[in-house]
Design a protein around this ligand. Sequence first.
Ligand SMILES: [Zn+2]
Length: 280
Amino acid sequence: MKIYFLSTGFGSVAKGLFVQGAGMKSVQFPVLSVLIERDNGLVLFDTGIGTRIEEEMRPPIYWGNLFFHRFVMRTRFNPRHDALIYQLQRLGFKPADVRNVIISHLHWDHAGGMRDFPHAHFFVSRREWEFVSNLRLGQLFKNAFIKQQFHEQGLEIELIETDQRKPFKNFSASYDLFGDGSMVLVDLPGHSPGLMGMCLTMPSGRRFFFSADTFYFPEGLEQRMPKSKLMQTLVSEGPEVKASIEQVYKLMRTEPDLEIVGSHDYRLPGRYDLAPKYYS
Ligand SMILES: [Zn+2]
């Protein structure tokens, strides 16, 4: 098994937007997707920003997102170079080699590449899906979802729920993706209602926990500092996020060898090399 860390572009933001009280210094952060190469095919954890971002953010419907993306978060992303399908191509893979995709949550910077993988089987939390399905247009923007990224596109989407009969570490329920314990999903609700984290155990014994957007920057986990009130409002973060951060914090304290990786951690590109480098 090999894993590759990929970033679909980079954003930069005033640190205090992502960590309460952290000041106005601008910090660059990645938009993470993880590619897992298994014997029987490729698996992706999140699809990042995709090739159609420009049309997806076309005003007026998504003017708010567009504004955010240009002026608050200042995302640097070239759809024809940074989208995953092109990054995979440079690694020697075809989009059709990706058999399974886990979507941690349906926010635009995680579900953005779904339509670039029309042959893949997607795993999405039922809770997340039902929440998004019931939102009206204005609410979608407020919650950082872009419905056309995943709705009614003929994509093969399996809605999943964690199983209360299968507690996992300090989580009361889990979903074992392939039934072999190598990739186990757990609920981390709050940032979005159905956000799922994933524990990956490699044959080498190396273990990762991908916590997606439960916290953005390391201070959000290590000091358990919440995101700014503005950010919480912008993405409609729910109060459950506090308990989810506690869950990940507990993991960090009890299992120091477990490598906890957030999707927008500014330390990530220093901690790991991005693709083409891989880890096994
Ligand atoms: Zn995100």
